[in-house]
Design a protein around this ligand. Structure first.
Ligand code: FAS
Ligand code: PHB
Length: 391
């Protein structure tokens, strides 16, 4: 077995792992990223689409803002649609904040390009990744890459390996908090110009629908489906018919086009009680998951990384204050994100027909939507949370 050493071993080359390694590089801290999938696979994943204002500011500060500036779509707000009416919530007019449409796929591509140009060490297609000696001052990561067994010794290990990674399970006796939802999202990418200027979040009596986008030429749309639904049951024509039914309002046309990707994503809310175990830290989906309704998953990963990178940089400058505070600060912020994501999800999704309170819930949701869209204070609260809590 060959042995190597670095200051910070990062598990996972998703947005959290790649951004942390880039942030550490900017602070002069050496890191190695260990990823179990191929470069092609991580570049091909289609996921989040919205960047909070503070995410854009942090990526720009780190020199990763060119693509966002050129291709990102700055949105001043969102549309909430219910009872056949569409209401615009103007974050910029309300609180002076905005969000940017810029897909996670593009964020990852920007990070991969930056790392490649800088000569960063990213190990792809690693297998048998395991963590050891986490409660000592020399934790180790073992993995196999290119047929060679390697042991990487580091000062710290950061688990940025997502919900199904190896890092969180490496924490003994861990408590976790979670809830499921009786529905999922069927998402499509379509080669058609968006039919709306800003995102439409819609509660229809048949269920939730959303019109998002990726560019002036590519639309991203979602439908609520039962959580056991299979994509095979949804030919393209059925998807468009349902989107037309749920999103349609008088005087507005939803333009259709070729569907280039479709998938069903289950929903869960999940938080690990710990984001630290000895010299192991968790960041991003390795530590928490939110339903996508609040557009928080990617942004929460960026927030964790921002806090953790500050703490690690301070550590190497001789001050452990912010590193010691990481777990409590990141978890405190995450529960604010969790409650907002849960609120948006429960506000906009139809309870299943077999829920005997479904009709009551639907009318209560309509009442809540009518209150929110009729109250400046309620809309300011929505704007503050959707555009992102300050870091
Ligand atoms: P990621 O899961 O992105 O990355 C973890 C990385 O670790 C992956 O590359 C994985 O291959 C690697 N890894 C896993 N196990 C490993 C091991 N043992 N060894 C080495 N590497 C390992 N969020 C939104 O805000 N809006 C959305 O619409 C949205 N849609 C989503 C759709 C889907 C299908 C999924 C799964 C998530 C979605 N999310 C969405 C959430 C998503 O964007 C996450 O929040 C974001 O990817 C978090 O980034 P990471 O923490 O880096 O985790
Ligand atoms: C997306 O564009 O993929 C998207 C936007 C907003 C959300 C979730 C997903 O809340």
């Amino acid at each position: 077995m060959s042995t190597t050493r670095t200051q910070v071993a990062v598990i996972g080359a998703g947005p959290a792992g790649l951004l942390l390694s880039w942030s550490l590089r900017a602070a002069g801290i050496d890191s190695v990223v260990i990823e179990n999938r191929s470069l092609e696979h991580i570049l091909g994943r289609i996921r989040a689409g919205i960047l909070e204002q503070c995410s854009v500011e942090e990526l720009t500060r780190l020199g990763l803002g060119d693509g966002i500036a050129e291709h990102g779509l700055t949105h001043h707000g969102i549309h909430l649609q219910f009872d056949g009416q569409r209401h615009h919530v103007d974050f910029h007019a309300l609180i002076g904040r905005t969000v940017t449409v810029y897909g996670q796929q593009a964020v990852v591509a920007d990070l991969v390009r930056a790392h490649r140009e800088a000569g960063s060490e990213i190990v792809f297609e690693a297998s048998d990744v395991s963590l050891h000696e986490l409660t000592t001052d020399a934790p180790r990561v073992r993995y196999v890459a290119g047929g060679a067994e390697t042991e990487l010794t580091a000062d710290f290990v950061v688990g940025a390996d997502g919900f199904h990674g190896v890092s969180r399970p490496s924490i003994p006796g861990l408590t976790t908090y979670q809830r499921g939802y009786p529905y999922a999202w069927l998402g499509i990418l379509a080669d058609v110009a968006p039919s709306t200027d800003e995102l439409i979040y819609c509660l229809h009596e048949r269920g939730f629908a959303m019109h998002s986008m990726r560019s002036p030429e590519v639309s991203r749309l979602y439908l609520q489906v039962p959580n056991d639904e299979r994509i095979e049951n949804w030919p393209d024509a059925r998807i468009w018919d349902e989107l037309q039914t749920r999103l349609g309002v008088p005087g507005w046309t939803l333009h259709e086009g070729p569907i280039t990707d479709k998938s069903i994503t289950p929903m869960r809310s999940f938080v690990s009680a710990r984001l630290r175990h000895g010299r192991l830290f968790l960041a991003g989906d390795a530590g928490h998951i939110v339903p996508p309704t609040g557009a928080k998953g990617l942004n929460a990963a960026i927030a964790d990384v921002t806090l953790l990178a500050r703490g690690l940089a301070d550590h190497y400058a001789g001050d452990d204050g912010r590193l010691e505070a990481y777990e409590s600060e990141a978890l405190g912020r995450q529960w604010k994100v969790q409650q907002f994501s849960q609120w948006m999800t429960e506000l906009l999704h139809r309870a299943p027909a077999d829920d005997d309170s479904a009709e009551f819930q639907y009318r209560s949701q309509l009442g809540r939507l009518a209150y929110v869209t009729g109250s400046r204070h309620a809309m300011e609260s929505l704007a503050e949370q959707y555009s992102g809590l300050p870091l």
